[in-house]
Every structure is written in C-alpha cells, then in structure tokens.
Design a protein around this ligand. Structure first.
Ligand SMILES: *[C@@H]1O[C@H](CO)[C@@H](O)[C@H](O)[C@H]1NC(C)=O
Ligand SMILES: *[C@@H]1O[C@H](CO)[C@@H](O)[C@H](O)[C@H]1NC(C)=O
Ligand SMILES: *[C@@H]1O[C@H](CO)[C@@H](O)[C@H](O)[C@H]1NC(C)=O
Length: 682
C-alpha cells in the first residue's frame, strides 16, 4: 500500500515538473521567437486590403491576440523605437583582368571598417538644427569579381569605340558614347534579376591606356558655345551604376573658386588609376572611398526637406509672360509633365493611391502689377572686375530669390485672382512661378540659378538673353548656361520641392554641421547641376522620391509613439495608468504596432516601397487606438484625482476603522481565552 502510493506521488511530481518545464519553455520561446501565424495574417491582410483602410486588429484571431498579449518581445520603450535600422544591400562587382583574387576581401574589409550605421539626414529641416531622422541605415556589402566573359566583351567594345572615335582638337579626351558600355552592363544586371539591392560595377578594363577617353552623354560634340561634359560614370534607370576607372582623367566643378570641384589630380578616387602607379592596396583604398561616396550620395542621399504623405499632388505652373507671343521653346510645360508622367506610368515616384496632376495658368506681366513690383523689389546688383585691357568694373543684375519668395507668398490671393486658379482644398499644391520676361539683359536668381526650389514653391526666370558663361568649368573649358532652356532646371526644382529629392551634389554632413558640395556624381543621368544635359531620372531620384515620403511618415509614427510613452510615464507608468482590460489591449496594440513598424522597415530594406506603405498605414490604426486608450485612461485618472482633491470627511471608513480598532482591543483582552480554545484543537 505504502510503496505504491509513494510511486504514484513520485510520478505525479515528475509530471508536474515536466508541465512546469514546458510552460516556462513555451513562455521563453514566445518571448524571443516571432509569433506564429502573425506574419501570414498580416501578409493576407495586405493582400485583401492593400490600402490598409480597415483596422486589422479587429480581425485578429483570439489565439493571435492572446500571444500578442503574452509576448513581451517589444516592451514599450523609447529606445526600441529609436533603434529602427534599414539595411541597404549593395553588390560591388569588380570587372577587369587586373583585379587580383584577393581584391574582394580587401575591399570588403576597408569598407566595413569605414562605414558604420548612420542616421538619414535632412538638408533643410522644418525645425531648425534637427538635421536627422530617427531612422538609421547600414550598408550590407557583397563584393565579387565578375566573370572574365563580361570583362572581355567590355574591353573589345571599348577598344573598337575608341578606334572609331575621331580625335578632336578641342579636347585631349576621345569621346565614347556611354550607351555602348551601358547596354552590356545593363544586360549583365538583367541577368542577375530578381535583385534586391544596388549594383556598383567598377571597371578596370586596361584597354587603350595610350589614348585617353571619356564618355559622352548626349548628341554632338562640344562647340565654342556648347560644352559637353565628358565623364566616367553612369547611373542607370534600374538600380545599378558603373564607374570606368580607366576613363579620364576628367575634371568638372566651379571654374574660379568654390567647393566641390572634381580635380584632375591623382588625389580624387575617380582618378585612382591615373598619375603615379600605386600599390594594389592603395588602389583598393581609393575604390573603397569611391564606393563610400556613392553610398552616401546616391544610395542613402540626404532628404532636401521632409515630405509628408499626401494623396493628391498638384503642380501649378504659373506662366508670367512679357511678350505678346508665347515662345514655348525651352519652356514646354507639356514636356516637363511628360518627364514626370513617364516615370509615374513606370511605377516610380508615386506610392499607393497617390495621384499627380499638372495645371497651367497664364498671367500677362503687363497686367500684373504685383509681378513688376516683385521683380523690381528683388532686383539686386553685384559688381566684379574683369581683366580686359585693364581691370574693368562690370555691374550685373540678378534677382534675390528669397525676397521674391517672400513677396510671392504674401500675394498668393492676388495671383489666384489674376490667373483664376481655384483654391485646392486637398493634397499638396506646388505653385511654380515662371517669370518669362521681355528684358534684354541677363537676369538669374542669386547670380547663378535659372530656377530655385523652396519648400512651398518653385521660382524660375528667363529673359530674351539666350546664353551666358557660367562660373563652372569642365575638362578645362567654361560651361555655358542656355538661359532660355528652363525645362531641365524646372524638373530638378520640382523634384526638390515636391519629393524632397536632393541635388546630386549636395549632402548634409553632421560632422561639418553644414551642407557639403561635391560634384563627383553630377555628370551623366541626373536632372541636377550644370554638367549634365539629361533631364530623365535615374534610380537615384526615383527611389529617393518614394523613400523620402516613407521615411518622413515612419519618423512621424516614431515621434507620435514616443509622445504616448512619455505621456504614460508622466502618469506613473503603464501599470498604474491602465486597468487590467485596458492594459492587456495596450500591450496587444503596442506589440502589433511595433511589429508592423519592423515589417515596414524590412520592406524598405528590400526596396518594396508599396509594402512598406501598407504596413505603415496599417500601423496607424494601432497608433490611433493606443492614443485613445491612453487618452481615456488619463482622463479618468485626472477625474478621480479631482474627486480626491477636496475629500469630504470619510464617515464610513472612519466608522469602519473604529469598529476594527475596538475589535482588536477586544481580541487582545480576550486573547488567552481565544487561543486556548484554538490550542485545544491540536
Ligand atoms: C580700361 O579699358 C577700357 C577699354 O577696354 C577703356 O574704355 C577705359 O577707359 C580703360 N580705363 C582705364 C582706367 O584705363
Ligand atoms: C550648427 O550650426 C548652427 C548655426 O549655424 C548652430 O546654431 C548649431 O548649434 C550648430 N550645431 C552644432 C551641433 O554644432
Ligand atoms: C523625427 O523624429 C524625431 C524623434 O521622434 C523628432 O524629434 C523629429 O522632429 C522628427 N523629424 C521630423 C522631420 O519629423
């Protein structure tokens, strides 16, 4: 009898232990592992409701809700919100016979030593001095040698192109059309598809070292009046770029003085192969710095301005014309519209159900007194001395864009009346004021610009004057500005104001606490800067446009969630503020919210912008619910605090304590009797 009961007791103890063990195990696994079924639930929701218009929390199964309330792997903390990081996958391909087999690993080690994670930066934030977002990015690098077939195909093509190219008296560089090389590289890139990430091809083909060459990006050659800038890089429409290290050396930048010049010397990494021979290590260090610069400027560029999400984007061209006949040469609004709509139809620039529309309004300069007032108020002059026979003083006029901006902002109503444009209630409206003046003198904005972007408008100007020599030079020759050609400058400015896309030569540097200028990437396919003539967009601008909106929205969600947490903390913590039911819902909502943010960041890392938007919108429902939970709870708490402020004399509790007090005294007096009675039982 006795032994069998002992066996039973032992077995049940073992069972109990086992049970305990499994429950603790399951608790620890839910704490660290992802919640089973949540991802597939969210993916299904994203498919059913791509705009995330309904609150997915309401259709969660009870088991998912339960594991969301159990799981504490997202404890509500500010630090977890501030540690969201995008990974940026980059594949570097070394093309050419001269790269040793150790090159990939050396380049990899140089780059991982020099690039740590960093915040996304903003050149012109709305709140001054806060030039970064809470989100960080980090490079995920893969370096490999490319196949020898690619490199020999490229070498052969290059050799024949160089042989074909006529030598020119104007330039020491032979010009090779970029497209001959680009189509081969594009094919190689296509073969890699589906790719998630960016490709950087570094070409060192070793061909025709005797004849220096560089790439031309347009039609025709340089002439006395047109400088075609030759370069050695190309950024594709798809996510790849290539750099031909053997091309050049090229130089372009400010002609007289200023930052950002790309020098002919051997110190710039683009000229790594030129000049004195270098050791392999020194060459690879230069290449690492080139990849680093491409990463900063092209792959994670600074935001020009923060750009909130809006459903409808409207661009209003306001053409203020002076002469009787409108000349659309160089100012064809339809062609600007086409540049953007081509990208939109390709699935770039816009997100989700966003729409983009263009409207054109005309204002006659002679009938617009505010226009002539604005021009005369903004006209400023500067003097400079040029050496002709002697040093001659020259006085030039220009428009002060900031003053013009101020007058135009203050007289929006007047323009609305004159041009007859409606007041748009919804969406983001970007007015583009184009002063098409009947003057014969040169009039540029801030001395150098045909068009200037502000966060709420674009201002552009042209006069009858057709060209001027700019302060920039390229391969030893001055760059001319075709002052009547406004289409490309307008495309660049609209990209800045509407989508916060930074010009290819601007970068915010937190170390310098200022904007840096570097023209390295300003040749080839970019709508920005004086060295290119191309207004089509590369992947750099197309990605930046959508990424900027998503980053701004993500940052907004983070800020809003931090507000909630701070409000909870000011009420003494979540357990104090929230009663049981509410606390459970809060934890569930928070876990779901944080999970969706993580999913949005991961979608951004995979460059799946639509999915990122969907998760972000879906997370807004949870954020809203959290806000209202906290709001209700804090209202009730404050209401109860108000009740306690001037409490009436608590008769009931006073009576109760009196009763208890006397009972205790009574018990104390009678304690011997009471305990004796109890003791009897044992
Ligand atoms: C400078 O040269 C210009 C013509 O090039 C002449 O008109 C002017 O008088 C000269 N000024 C002086 C101070 O010599
Ligand atoms: C950066 O510069 C601005 C003014 O130019 C200054 O107000 C600010 O304090 C500076 N920030 C840092 C971190 O030095
Ligand atoms: C980004 O988030 C941080 C932290 O929440 C906030 O301080 C900052 O103002 C936000 N920036 C923008 C542009 O929204």
């Amino acid at each position: 009898m006795l032994p069998s009961s002992a066996v039973f007791g032992g077995a049940s103890l073992l069972l109990l232990l086992l049970l305990l063990l499994t429950t603790t195990l399951s608790i620890t696994t839910t704490a660290s592992a992802p919640i089973i079924g949540l991802d597939s639930f969210l993916t299904q929701q994203a498919r059913l409701d791509p705009q995330a218009s309904s609150d997915s929390f309401l259709s969660l199964s009870s088991s998912l809700k339960k594991s969301l309330s159990l799981s504490h792997h997202h404890p509500p903390s500010i630090s977890s919100l501030l540690s969201l990081q995008l990974s940026v996958p980059v594949t570097v391909k070394l093309v050419g016979p001269d790269f040793p087999s150790s090159a990939p690993s050396i380049l990899h080690s140089f780059l991982s030593a020099s690039i740590s994670s960093d915040n996304f930066h903003i050149i012109a934030p709305f709140s001054p001095h806060l030039h970064h977002l809470s989100l960080t990015h980090s490079l995920h690098l893969d370096v490999s040698l490319s196949s020898s077939s690619l490199s020999s195909l490229l070498s052969d093509t290059l050799r024949s192109e160089v042989a074909k190219s006529p030598s020119s008296l104007r330039s020491p560089l032979l010009s090779v059309p970029y497209s001959s090389i680009d189509q081969i590289i594009r094919q190689d890139f296509e073969k890699e598809k589906p790719v998630q990430g960016f490709f950087i091809y570094l070409l060192n083909l070793g061909a025709s070292k005797s004849k220096p060459y560089a790439y031309s990006y347009g039609f025709g050659d340089s002439s006395p009046a047109f400088t075609k800038c030759l370069g050695s890089v190309w950024t594709g429409k798809d996510r790849y770029l290539w750099i031909d290290l053997a091309a050049g050396p090229v130089d372009y930048g400010p002609g007289l003085s200023g930052d950002g010049v790309l020098p002919r010397g051997e110190f710039h990494p683009l000229a790594a192969l030129h000049g004195r021979p270098k050791s392999q290590k020194a060459l690879l260090a230069d290449l690492a710095s080139l990849v680093w610069s491409a990463y900063q400027v092209l792959l994670v560029p600074s935001l020009r301005i923060p750009v909130p999400f809006e459903n409808s984007l409207i661009i209003q061209f306001i053409h203020i014309y002076g002469s009787d006949s409108k000349d659309i040469n160089g100012l064809d609004f339809k062609s600007i519209e086409r540049t953007f709509m081509d990208e939109v139809n390709d699935g770039a620039l816009l997100l989700g159900d966003q729409s983009l529309s263009f409207k054109t309004y005309d204002v006659r300069y002679s009938e617009c007194s505010i226009c002539s007032f604005a021009i005369s108020r903004a006209t400023t002059s500067y003097t400079s001395r040029y050496l002709f026979d002697n040093y001659t003083l020259i006085v030039n006029e220009y428009l002060d864009s900031k003053r013009l901006h101020q007058i135009l902002s203050e007289s929006t109503d007047e323009f609305r009346r004159l041009a007859g444009f409606p007041e748009e209630d919804f969406g983001r409206v970007l007015p583009v004021y184009v002063f098409d003046l009947d003057f014969n003198t040169i009039l540029l904005l801030d001395r150098y610009h045909q068009s200037v972007a502000f966060k709420d408008m674009v201002v552009a100007v042209r006069t009858k004057n057709t060209q001027t020599v700019s302060d920039y030079s390229c391969n030893g020759r001055h760059v001319f500005t075709q002052t009547r050609e406004l289409e490309r400058p307008l495309v660049g400015s609209i990209l800045q104001s509407m989508w916060g896309v930074s010009p290819t030569h601007l970068l915010w540097s937190p170390r310098h606490n200022s904007t840096l200028v570097d023209y390295t990437w300003s040749v080839g396919q970019t709508p920005f800067g004086p060295f290119s003539e191309i207004s089509s967009l590369s992947f750099v601008q197309k990605d930046a446009a959508r990424r900027n909106v998503l980053l701004t929205s993500l940052n907004y969600s983070i800020t809003s969630a931090i507000d909630v947490l701070e409000s909870i903390a000011s009420h003494g913590g979540d357990r104090k503020l929230l009663k049981q039911n509410r606390h459970t819902e809060f934890i569930q909502r928070w876990n779901l919210f944080k999970h969706k943010l993580d999913k949005a960041v991961s979608a951004l890392s995979h460059l799946d912008f639509e999915m990122a938007l969907c998760f972000l919108r879906s997370s807004d429902h949870d954020l809203y619910a959290i806000h209202s939970l906290i709001y209700q709870a804090s209202q009730e708490l404050e209401a109860s605090l108000v009740c306690f402020k001037d409490p009436p004399f608590p008769w009931t509790s006073a009576l109760m304590s009196a009763v208890v007090f006397f009972a205790v005294i009574f018990a104390y007096v009678k304690r011997d009797k009471l305990f004796r009675n109890k003791r009897k039982q044992f």
